[in-house]
Design a protein around this ligand. Structure first.
Ligand SMILES: Cc1ncc(COP(=O)(O)O)c(C=O)c1O
Length: 400
């Protein structure tokens, strides 16, 4: 029998995709399924992206340089300059989405058994990126009652030990929608400096903040050696299939090591980088504002509909396009199976991401779900209504 690595066996399947076969069965039965389970926005990809790809004139699509196409790197540097962060050549590495940037940084910093502090609930794929490189997540506990806020010394410092290598935060947050205040960011910067930790800031939702200024950890010059930013065009420009992201850091030792990985995989997709460059060159504040306003409408529709369901608890999110909701049910995975296999209302049902997969101890998330509000407001109103009807039907079924 051939052996598979313990590192990969430690990782799990994505909680966002585990119900796919049941969804297919529901669709085959003729049901319309409303999706609140996956962060796939339906906002149109900017024409600039497709035009750049269509206008490509050469008759060979060659490898791009390993660190990235110059046009993309230059456009990205100009974008960061617009955020007030001057970056030099070598501070940005083009990656296959934010996903590869996460994978590269973990490969560069972790030894077997090393720990990464991550506020919980967290983006489930962090488990994979940290797990395959031999590391493990040390969760920073949060609570629904406190709106999932985590950035305090009292909460974080006791968790730090000699195996702790990094603090990984998602800002704005997936799945919680929490946006760090400037003061909270300063707390994290101070901790990272004091304990000599990498401060990995996953900012793929940077522009989607409803409360005011967008922020980046790159702005904290005193932590230039600690800060590593994970970035991506996926959500910013609604181009999730383009697979263009960035690893950004002024820590040259780290970036030199990361380049070895980049050279090993040769390059990321040439044409997608040209499309990404064009979006950065031609779209700015106005574009980001209109997208944010659209997500704000979607958030309002979702929150308003949720308020009508008895017994649900949540905090209206300040950023990204997700929210965690506590439901009056014992196990939201069972509820999801019920909704796909036994429930319908006028030929429709609904999907969400059960909360268990967002916690290192699944029990902590059993009565929670994550909602992605990425469709039109009227669809979200109906999807949340279906959730309420489904919960009522689930209780009736269980009482029989
Ligand atoms: C918090 C967070 N980080 C990173 C990613 C990775 O996205 P991509 O690889 O498409 O850039 C996602 C995608 O959903 C995400 O939610």
């Amino acid at each position: 029998m051939m052996k598979l690595s313990s590192r990969i066996r430690r990782c799990g399947l994505s909680p966002m995709r585990q119900f796919y076969p049941y969804e297919v069965a529901a669709v085959n039965k003729g049901l319309k399924v409303h999706h609140m389970n996956i962060g796939q926005p339906d906002i149109e990809t900017p024409p600039a992206f497709l035009e750049a790809v269509k206008d490509y004139q050469k008759n060979v699509v060659p490898y791009a340089p390993a660190p990235g196409e110059e046009a993309y790197l230059q456009a990205a540097r100009a974008y960061y300059a617009g955020l007030g962060c001057a970056l030099e050549d070598g501070d940005i590495l083009a990656t296959f989405g934010g996903s590869e940037a996460l994978e590269i940084v973990m490969a560069c910093i972790l030894e077997e058994g090393d720990e990464v502090l991550v506020p919980e609930p967290f983006y489930p794929n962090y488990t994979t990126f940290i797990g395959v490189t031999g590391g493990k997540i040390c969760p920073i506990p949060t609570s629904a009652e406190e709106g999932y806020r985590f950035a305090s010394r009292e909460r974080i410092e006791p968790l730090i030990n000699e195996r702790t290598r990094a603090l990984l935060v998602t800002n704005p947050g997936n799945p919680t929608g929490v946006v760090l205040s400037r003061e909270e960011m300063q707390v994290l910067v101070d901790i990272a400096r004091k304990y000599e930790l990498f401060l990995i800031s996953d900012e793929v939702y940077r522009e989607i903040v409803y409360t005011g200024e967008k922020n980046t950890m790159l702005a904290f010059a005193e932590a230039a050696e600690n800060v590593v930013v994970i970035d991506s065009v996926s959500k910013r420009f609604s181009t999730t299939g383009a697979r263009v992201g960035a690893l950004v850091s002024r820590n040259h030792a780290l970036m030199d090591e990361a380049l070895k990985w980049a050279q090993g995989r040769l390059c990321i997709t040439t044409l997608d980088q040209l499309g990404a460059a064009k979006m950065y060159e031609t779209l700015g504040m106005e574009y980001f504002r209109s997208v944010r306003d659209e997500y704000r409408r979607r958030r309002e529709a979702t929150v308003e509909a949720l308020r009508k369901i008895p017994g649900v608890e949540f905090t209206s999110p300040d950023g990204a396009f997700y929210l965690m909701v506590t439901l009056p049910v014992d196990d939201t995975e069972k509820l999801q199976y019920f909704l796909l296999e036994e429930f319908e209302d006028r030929g429709e049902t609904v999907m969400f991401a059960p909360g268990a997969g967002f916690y290192s101890d699944p029990e902590l998330g059993r009565n929670k779900i994550r909602i992605a509000y990425v469709t039109a407001p009227e669809d979200l109103t109906r999807a949340v209504e279906l959730l309420g009807l489904g919960i009522a039907a689930y209780h009736r079924r269980n009482q029989k």
